[in-house]
Ligand binder design. Sequence first.
Ligand code: FES
Length: 135
Amino acid sequence: MSCLGVVIAPAIFDGCAGTKYFTAPIEGNDLINPLSSFEVLKDGKTEYRKYIVAENDTLQFPICVYRLDAQTYQALWMRCTHQGTELHVFGDRLQCPAHGSEFTNKGIVQNGPATDPLRTFAVSVSEATLKINLK
Ligand code: FES
């Protein structure tokens, strides 16, 4: 049985390591996120995650923030536009577990039944902070 645990554990960790969930505070109208939340230290080098998921207890759904390049970020409300199910993130895609809708990392519908794009938020970068405007 312990052998089974040894074999399975790395697979579980690999699966979880892909998505960084970050509890982000809200200041005024902005969800505040440190840019460092995208950083991963690997073999002494800084690499960057493609995306993180920002959460706050006062928000009904999390927000997926894609890092398109050092200055360009895309923030997407993780609520399916079909019937409101919370989306899952897989690489450059967000997928709906309810009926299979799929959205790109810019919120555009890739596969239905959803027909409307995801809600997006304005993002600004100021020094080491990413601000997601919730208005
Ligand atoms: S609620 Fe997402 S596809 Fe139906």
